[in-house]
Design a protein around this ligand. Sequence first.
Ligand code: URA
Length: 238
Amino acid sequence: MRLDKLLANTGHGSRKDVKSLLKKKLVTVNDTVVKDNSVHVDPYKDIIKVGGNAVHYQKYVYLMMNKPKGVISATVDGKEKTVIDLLTTDMHRFRPFPVGRLDKDTEGLLLITNDGELAHQLTSPKKDIEKTYYARIQGNVTDEDKEKFAAGVLLDDGYKAKPAKLNIRRRDAISEVEVTVTEGKYHQVKRMFETVGKKVTYLRRISMGELVLDETLKLGTYRELTENELDYCISLKK
Ligand code: URA
């Protein structure tokens, strides 16, 4: 990897800023001052220092966000605020993106990473990764609805949804449920409830595979995955 790319990717400013660091003889590779920005280094073997401080290269970033309402699950948008806009600017150098989509009005667990392979594993329809949502529903959710979900409902576009689990927590004019699906079709949960004549009034994702929403995360905030959560993600890539 080029030295200037590595320094830019580790938060040492733009390529222009990096050039100036090199010019000022502040950068060493294995204790030798380097002034040439096109030098190739091995980020895992060479010891690179800036102003005497070792540079730690990190290729991937894995963040758990508690997505709030009102922001979209995209990287950039001309009009709307995105989940990436909620990250501190030092995270932007990783070029992170959200894994799968939550609707603008959906809250909860969103994984943000720059690991394309992991994103693929988590969203691939072949993998059947379970995604569980807490939902409030206008109308009395019944055991019949539960059976229909278990059999797989026919969505408005003629697509037959895969079997889903419905756990009814409260049955009333406004019901509370947990619904587990293994796919991520557009407005999937909302459209599934439409097939039984009911409307989702609130939706929050609470888990995705073994990743469970950290309830201590305030809406709009995020943290890096823990070692255990990372181990799970890495196991998916094998
Ligand atoms: N299903 C929906 O309808 N919306 C979401 O955001 C996620 C699942």
